[in-house]
Each structure stands twice: as structure tokens, then as C-alpha cells.
Design a protein around this ligand. Structure first.
Ligand SMILES: Nc1nc2c(ncn2[C@@H]2O[C@H](COP(=O)(O)OP(=O)(O)OP(=O)(O)O)[C@@H](O)[C@H]2O)c(=O)[nH]1
Ligand SMILES: [Mg+2]
Length: 672
């Protein structure tokens, strides 16, 4: 068999008279050109992006970390360029929203150079996407990332041979250490002025179908129309729309595509994909091989242990116990909070603030800063003394788990249970991220394939998944009583399953399918864990502190205008129905701004000995089920639309209070 080659000399000639490229769109001010990093999920695009631009975007060991396009400046052989980090995709034929984002970037032609980032050890699986990218007729560079792992597994890659056959640069790199990145930068700088990549010589009717259709087109397209035609033949709606817009004749486009499809035996979507696969296999002859022996490694074995129910469930319980209960709950929310809150704030900072304001003659001003709802004594204290240590320790724990590759195994483990509530194992990632931050998680529901699944996941996130800040404070609050902790966790779990199962019945649509790539288990890198924790804490603070201050100011305003007592009076019978003392009314008011703010308030009350275990449980359950913070609600509106978001709010509010009411009733009944 003669290996295929795409080198310009032997490859198909450019179609004469073909539509030119769209103008090389000007990149951001000062940048001379634009580079887009494209590739499958979890191959290290973001890690490479951070190297190229010296910026930081999240890098995690699971597919679907990036769901948005991020842009930053880099330098390539001394020339400034804008670099785009994109959400991962398996082919240019998208199956979910975040893949669609990347497809749009690629088809819009805004990138002057495309860098296809692949996981070198899985090169064979990823090369068909390289071929699909060549169809765009853009300068292309293939970055073989994770060469460290490929070397360790003794994967043989002759990148020079491959480069010769492809006709564009192939550069082995290790994004996390920087190995080969300088060469890659050089290659990108050169590729910019080199001939563009060309579509390979597809046979079995595929090349003919694409070329014929292409030749009949008269419109002007931002990238080589071959790529768009190939996608349209495969039934992609976006590509079809582009063709119809370019030709201004829907009927003709349709008949052209029908004729092309007629040339293929079997469904076009598979024929075209199969053809790319075939050409890729030919290109890899003598250039790529994996040793069989490297297959069963410790990480594979451990991975199976983690995702099989018999062993996986106890391990999950252990991980939760050690990570959440011991580390976040006892160390973070116990030891650290104690240190900062009781030692630092109560003994030093608060008295100092108070003494400073004692000299101020205006009571209203004193109240604003150091009163009951003072910006300093309440807002700052809750944010810094209670929530900061809790979120901090949670983010450390979470980042470690993220980087090991445990989450995809967890997804496999719970897939069957999730099916019952209309979700697939894929939804595990947003759900787990919800424990870090619901706002972030609602955004990540984009990785789910159907709208039905996205709505379900958003509702469950808003209702039953407490975010890290809240979780930590709740754990600290509940850890005094085993019963309270048990009732709280079981109520949340039951709500999650029950509301999920019922909503899944009510929402029309098919149950989702599940396929998720399993990345290898890796030892977390300390640097990445620390950077990630720091970035998240920073982000959290920028987000939280203004809200806390705002809430304090509003409460203070209410207090001095006399409106607050009226609202609290109105709320008192409601909390009374839940068997809670009047003091909790203001806590619920705080919880309206952010649930963790409310949780911190509960923690405060319980430390003053104002709540018995039943009251703690009731208040904790109600507050946890209650809508997330204002930011999460805004994100729900942004991602799901205001009607759906408002509908969820209207359901969740009475549901939370109703459940609290029942918990109180049942516990009092049972315990009396
Ligand atoms: N060993 C090794 N690990 C790497 C390398 N590059 C990235 N990783 C790891 O691979 C995982 C995925 O990296 P990301 O940069 O988040 O991957 P991505 O392509 O942006 O993923 P998505 O955003 O999900 O599409 C992380 O755990 C990285 O630490 C590499 O060259 N060698
Ligand atoms: Mg990424």
C-alpha cells in the first residue's frame, strides 16, 4: 500500500476560480494575525494556550473544561498575534452547544492559522479531524501534545514522515512543561505565510461529490467551500445555512446536495467520516504505532476499580468523607474559621473598627459600618472569616480531584442512577462543579447534548446542589449533630432524585445517550492546583464581596428607614411555621442575596446557642433548597432564558419552604 500524502505537490490542485478567502480579518488591536487552537476535549489546548499567552485559563483532567472561547495575546517569532482557546470538539460536526461555538470560529475564517492540538498517544483517533481541518484551506499546524505520556507508553511516532506526507508542520510538544513550544511558535509564524493546507484526495465517491458540488457554487465564502460542502453533505444545519446564504438559492443548494448524496453508497454522514478515517490510516502507516503491552497499566486498573459499583461506591464515600467532611468541614470550616473569626475578628479587628467609629458623631454612619448589619462587622466578617477559609479549602480539594481524572470515572459510576432522572453520566461534570459554584456549573450545562437535559440539570443545580461556600458552612453547622447531618443529606438526595425523576417524566424528549472519553488517571500537579485554587478564590471574591457589601447596605438602609423591621415582621410567621425563632427571619433575608450568606448567618445564630438540632436541620434544609445566589440566577436567565429561569424560581421557593415545614413536623413528631 502506498501511503497517502497531502503534500501540495501530490495533493489535489486548488480549484481554479474558486472563491477567495474572506479578508484576513484584523485581529485585536496591535495583534498582526490570529491563531486558533482547535482539538478534541481534554487534549491540552488550554494548557498550551496558557504557555503561548502567559495567561491563565482553567486546565482540568476531564473533557469539557472550556465552554467558551478565550482570547489573549502571544508572540510568534517576534510577531504579535491573538490566540484563541476554544472548547473541545471531536469533529466539525457538532453535537452540543459548546462544540457549535468552535465550529463557528472555524467556519467564520477569522483565524489566520489553525493549530490542531492532539493527544499524541491517541493520534490515530484524532487525525481524521486534522483532515477535516485541511478542507478549510487555511494554514495549519499539527501539535502533537502529551509527548511525555506517549514516550512513557512507548508510542512510536515519526513526526517528520507525517509532516512530509501532510505537507504542513507537525510539532511534538509537552504543553505542561513547555517542551517543543518554541518550535511550535516558530512553525506557526512560518505557516502564516506558507501555502494553505489542502483537502486530501478522498476517494470512494466522496472527493468527487464534494468537488462537483464545490465547482457548481458561485458564492463567496470565508474559508474553502470544500469544508462547508462536506459538512452540508453530512447534514449539518449551520453549513447548509451558510451555503444557502452564499448562493441565495435554497432550492439549488438542496438539489446539489441531493445529487452529491446520491453519489455515495450509504448515509452520507458515515461515508464522509469513513473516508477521512481511511485516509488517516494510510497516512499513519509506518509513522505511528502503539505497543500492545502498554495497554493494561496501573492507572487502567485503578480506573476500573473507581467506576465499578461494588468498589466505586465505597471509594466515593471515603473520598467525600475525607475531602468534604474532614478537610473542608472540620479543617476549613472548623479550625480555620475558628482561627480567623474568633481570634482575629472578634478579638482584634471588630473591636478596632468599633473603637475607630466610636469617635464618629453620626449614629447612622456608625451603623452602616459597624452596626448589626454593618458593611465591616457583618459583610466583611462573613466574607473573610467564615466563607473564605471554607471556599479556599474546598477549592484545594476540588482542584486535586479535577486533575486526577476521577470525575469521568464518577460519571461512569453514576450513569445508571442518573438515567432514572433523565440525565446521562455526562451531567456529572456540571453537577460536581455545582458543589464548587452553581453559577459556573449552570454555564457548563452547555456540554449536555439536549435542551431537555440542560433544563433538568439547571433545575437540579439550583435546587439541590449546595455550592462550596454554603456546603462548608452547612457542614460546620450540622457537624455538631449526626442526626441533623443525616436528615439534611438524605433530604437533599431524596429531593434530587424525586424532582429529577418527576421532571424527567414531564419534560418531553428522549433519554440522553452517554459516551465520555476517559482520560488517564494522573497525579495532580501542585502548581496547577495552587494556581487554580488561587484563580477561583480571586474570582469568588470579586464576585462575592460586592454582593455582601450591597446586601449589608440594603439591610442597613432598611434598618434606618424602618422598612427592615416590617419585612422581618412579615417573615417571622413564615419562619414560625417552620418552628424557627424570629431571629432566623433576617438570616433568610441574607440567604436571598446568597445562600452562603444566609448559611453564615445560621452558623452565627447556632454558635450563640439560639437553635436546637431540629431547628438547625429545618433551617439548613430550607436554605439549601432555596434559590442560589443572585449571580447564579442571572446565569440561569442567560443560559436558559428568563421564562424558564423564572419558572424555576417560582417552583423552588414554595418547594424549599414546604420541605422545611415537613422536616420540622416529622422530626418533632418522631422525637416527641
Ligand atoms: N502529561 C501531560 N499532561 C498534559 C499535557 N497537556 C495537558 N495535560 C493535562 O491534560 C489535561 C487537560 O488539559 P486542558 O488544557 O484542560 O485540556 P483542553 O484541551 O483545554 O480540554 P477542554 O477544555 O476540556 O477541551 C489536564 O489535566 C492537563 O494537566 C501534556 O503535555 N502532558
Ligand atoms: Mg480547555
Amino acid at each position: 500500500m502506498t501511503p497517502a500524502t497531502l503534500a501540495p505537490a501530490a495533493g489535489p490542485a486548488a480549484i481554479p476560480g474558486g472563491a477567495g478567502h474572506g479578508s484576513h480579518s484584523a485581529a485585536a488591536a496591535g495583534a498582526v494575525f490570529r491563531v486558533a487552537l482547535i482539538g478534541a476535549p481534554n487534549v491540552g489546548k488550554s494548557a498550551l494556550f496558557n504557555r503561548l499567552t502567559h495567561s491563565y485559563v482553567t486546565v482540568s483532567n476531564f473533557p469539557g473544561t472550556s465552554v467558551e472561547v478565550i482570547r489573549a495575546r502571544g508572540r510568534f517569532a517576534g510577531v504579535s498575534a491573538e490566540v484563541l482557546d476554544t472548547p473541545g470538539l471531536y469533529s466539525l460536526l457538532p453535537t452540543s452547544d459548546e462544540e457549535r461555538v468552535t465550529q463557528r470560529i472555524v467556519l467564520s475564517g477569522e483565524a489566520d492559522v489553525l493549530v490542531h492540538v492532539v493527544d499524541a498517544k491517541n493520534l490515530s483517533r484524532m487525525l481524521p479531524l486534522t483532515l477535516q481541518l485541511t478542507e478549510l484551506g487555511r494554514p495549519l499546524v499539527l501539535a502533537l501534545n502529551m509527548m511525555d505520556e506517549a514516550d512513557r507508553l512507548e508510542v512510536q511516532i515519526d513526526h517528520r514522515l507525517l509532516q512530509q506526507r501532510l505537507g504542513f508542520p507537525v510539532v511534538p510538544i509537552v504543553a505542561i512543561s513547555g517542551r517543543g513550544v518554541a518550535e511550535l511558535e516558530q512553525a506557526v509564524a512560518q505557516a502564516r505565510n506558507a501555502p494553505a493546507a489542502r483537502m486530501p484526495a478522498y476517494t470512494n465517491g466522496v472527493g468527487q461529490a464534494i468537488n462537483r458540488t464545490r465547482a457548481a457554487l458561485t458564492g463567496v465564502y470565508p474559508v474553502d467551500a470544500e469544508a462547508i460542502v462536506a459538512l452540508a453533505i453530512q447534514g449539518d444545519a449551520e453549513a447548509l445555512a451558510r451555503l444557502v446564504a452564499g448562493e441565495r438559492d435554497a432550492a439549488r443548494v438542496e438539489s446539489l446536495l441531493a445529487a452529491a448524496g446520491g453519489k455515495l453508497d450509504g448515509p452520507a454522514v458515515y461515508r464522509v467520516a469513513y473516508e477521512r478515517r481511511r485516509v488517516a490510516d494510510e497516512l499513519l502507516v509506518d509513522a505511528f504505532s502503539t505497543p500492545q503491552a502498554a495497554r493494561s497499566r496501573w492507572s487502567d486498573r485503578l480506573g476500573r476499580v473507581l467506576s465499578r459499583p461494588v468498589t466505586g461506591v465505597p471509594i466515593l464515600a471515603l473520598v467525600l468523607y475525607l475531602g468534604l467532611y474532614k478537610f473542608v468541614g472540620q479543617f476549613g470550616a472548623g479550625t480555620l474559621v475558628d482561627l480567623i473569626e474568633s481570634r482575629l475578628f472578634e478579638r482584634h479587628i471588630n473591636p478596632w473598627f468599633e473603637s475607630v467609629f466610636a469617635a464618629v458623631p453620626w449614629t447612622w454612619l456608625t451603623q452602616l459600618f459597624v452596626g448589626d448589619y454593618g458593611v465591616l462587622t457583618l459583610g466583611l466578617r462573613y466574607a473573610v472569616a467564615i466563607i473564605l477559609p471554607v471556599v479556599g479549602s474546598f477549592f484545594v480539594f476540588f482542584s486535586i480531584l479535577e486533575d486526577t481524572g476521577y470525575f469521568p470515572r464518577l460519571a461512569l459510576l453514576v450513569d445508571r442512577g442518573f438515567k432514572r432522572i433523565g440525565l446521562s453520566g455526562r451531567a456529572v461534570i456540571p453537577m460536581v462543579l455545582g458543589f464548587a459554584c452553581d453559577t459556573m456549573a449552570v454555564m457548563v450545562t452547555r456540554t449536555l447534548e439536549t435542551r431537555r437535559e440542560r433544563v433538568l440539570a439547571t433545575l437540579l443545580l439550583a435546587l439541590a446542589i449546595p455550592c462550596s461556600a454554603q456546603l462548608g458552612v452547612m457542614l460546620a453547622l450540622l457537624s455538631g449533630s449526626g442526626l441533623a447531618l443525616a436528615v439534611w443529606s438524605l433530604t437533599l438526595l431524596a429531593t434530587f432524585m424525586l424532582v429529577g425523576a418527576i421532571t424527567a417524566r414531564l419534560l418531553p424528549g428522549d433519554p440522553p445517550s452517554f459516551h465520555m472519553e476517559l482520560p488517564p488517571l494522573r497525579l495532580p500537579r501542585v502548581g496547577n492546583v495552587l494556581t487554580k485554587t488561587y484563580t477561583r478564590m480571586h474570582w469568588y471574591f470579586v464576585e462575592v464581596l460586592p454582593l455582601f457589601v450591597l446586601a449589608s447596605v440594603l439591610l442597613w438602609l432598611g434598618d434606618i428607614t424602618g422598612a427592615l423591621p416590617v419585612v422581618i415582621d412579615a417573615l417571622t410567621p413564615v419562619v414560625g411555621l417552620l418552628g424557627l425563632p424570629a431571629e432566623t427571619a433576617s438570616v433568610f433575608l441574607l440567604g436571598f442575596f446568597r445562600r452562603d450568606y444566609g448559611a453564615a448567618g445560621l452558623f452565627d445564630l447556632s454558635q450563640q446557642g439560639l437553635l436546637d438540632p431540629i431547628q438547625i436541620t429545618t433551617a439548613a434544609v430550607t436554605l439549601t433548597l432555596f434559590v442560589p445566589c443572585v449571580a447564579a440566577f442571572l446565569m440561569m436567565i442567560k443560559e436558559r432564558g428568563w421564562k424558564t429561569a423564572l419558572g424555576m424560581l417560582l417552583f423552588i421557593t414554595p418547594f424549599a419552604f414546604g420541605t422545611g415545614y415537613l422536616v420540622n413536623l416529622i422530626m418533632r413528631g418522631v422525637m416527641s
